[in-house]
Ligand binder design. Structure first.
Ligand code: PEP
Ligand code: MN
Length: 358
């Protein structure tokens, strides 16, 4: 990490960047209100920090050994000079501000009629962003894999419905990207690219997605520690994209016997992530609980702990859904959750930053 002097000139910054590049590393330049900070992306052992510290305009050059740094509060405080969280903007919607954001829609898009009906009803319930899976990660090859699995034409058609539904009902749209070959295609149609839990560790996919310059919803793998979760999100930031929305969706339950939920919703990750990074974090109670009767409770808990929003699976007739029917709620239930969570959020907002002071 190179901290430039307050009065460093553009030429001096350019020279430092060229030195970094000469050693096979990349530079992340953050121009703050107070000073410019240059983060190094790559193997830092290839470069001499003593040498960097002597370059004109450099105030300090430090090696940072943590597995993530560009997303850390420490880094942003260096160039911003203050403890600010990032707000990810998607159209008129702000994720990470004072108001919680609700992402809702079906697990999988099954038909144009199904998607449009759900889109209309979740909008009416108060949702801000529309979700819908087209390439579904499934445990069995014999189950419905999403319309995208039928072929490129079917994938394009489903993507165009999602885009059209977003336009019609005034909501940005999001869908999951499961492979590198899907990135360009999906980015043509959606506002946010989703990395699902199973792909959290796919570095090449993360770099490709980071490169598109669109906001990314990044879900925690169900076996990942918080440190791994944050470290892998840095692959997206290393491409110059800091518009990342982190998403807690539960981890594998421990112990023998029935856990009664699909995953264990690790809500401690919300305040921990908020202390570690400036990125917003939201919660997916649907995949975590895997039970519709728990979605209300877990949604309230997530907002009470300070999450910046929720992702919830919704269907007008939950039992009819081809994927994840057991966790789907109705638009009316969503409305009740949104209204309640907005009240909870108002109550907890003044306390949100309380614990973050170091
Ligand atoms: C999803 O959001 O559609 C999904 C499959 O969730 P996860 O990746 O968290 O399992
Ligand atoms: Mn699902």
């Amino acid at each position: 990490m190179i901290i430039m002097k307050k009065d460093a000139t553009p030429e001096q910054i350019k020279y430092v960047v060229s030195e970094i590049k000469k050693h096979g590393l990349r530079a992340d330049i953050s121009r703050g209100e107070f000073r410019t900070v240059i983060g190094l992306v790559g193997d830092e052992s290839k470069i001499s920090f003593a040498h960097l510290a002597t370059l004109p305009g450099v105030k300090d050059a430090r090696m940072v050994e943590t597995p993530y740094k560009l997303i850390s509060r420490e880094y942003s405080e260096l160039f911003e000079g203050k403890d600010e969280s990032r707000i990810v903007k998607v159209g008129d919607i702000e994720i990470g501000g004072d108001e919680p954001v609700f992402i809702a829609g079906p697990c999988a898009i099954e038909s144009k009629t199904q998607l449009f009906r759900i889109a209309e009803e979740v909008k009416r319930a108060g949702a801000h962003i529309l979700r819908g899976g087209i390439f579904k990660p499934r445990s069995s090859v014999h189950s419905f894999q999403g319309l995208g699995a039928l072929g490129i034409e079917e994938a394009r058609e489903a993507l165009s419905w999602l885009h059209e539904a977003g336009q019609r009902f005034g909501m940005p749209v999001i869908t999951e990207v499961r492979g590198e070959f899907q990135v360009d295609l999906i980015a043509e149609y959606v506002d946010i690219l989703q990395i699902g839990a199973r792909n959290m560790y796919d570095q090449d996919l993360l770099s490709r997605v980071g490169n598109k310059g669109k906001p990314v919803l990044f879900k925690r793998h169900f076996g990942a520690s918080i440190e791994e979760f944050l470290s892998f999100s840095e692959y997206i930031v290393a491409e110059g994209n800091k518009d990342i929305i982190l998403c807690e969706r539960g981890i594998v339950p421990v112990g023998k016997g029935n856990s009664y939920t699909r995953y264990t919703l690790d809500l401690t990750s919300v305040p921990v992530v908020q202390r570690e990074t400036y990125l917003p974090i939201i919660v997916d109670p649907s995949h975590a609980a895997g039970r519709r009767d728990l979605i209300f409770d877990m949604s309230c808990a997530a907002i009470a702990i300070g999450a910046s929003g929720l992702v919830i699976e919704v269907h007008y007739n939950p039992t009819e859904a081809l994927v994840d029917a057991q966790q789907m709620i109705t638009p009316n239930e969503l409305k009740e959750i949104i209204n309640t969570c907005k009240k909870i959020s108002k109550m907890v907002t003044p306390y949100k930053k309380r614990g973050r002071v170091t």
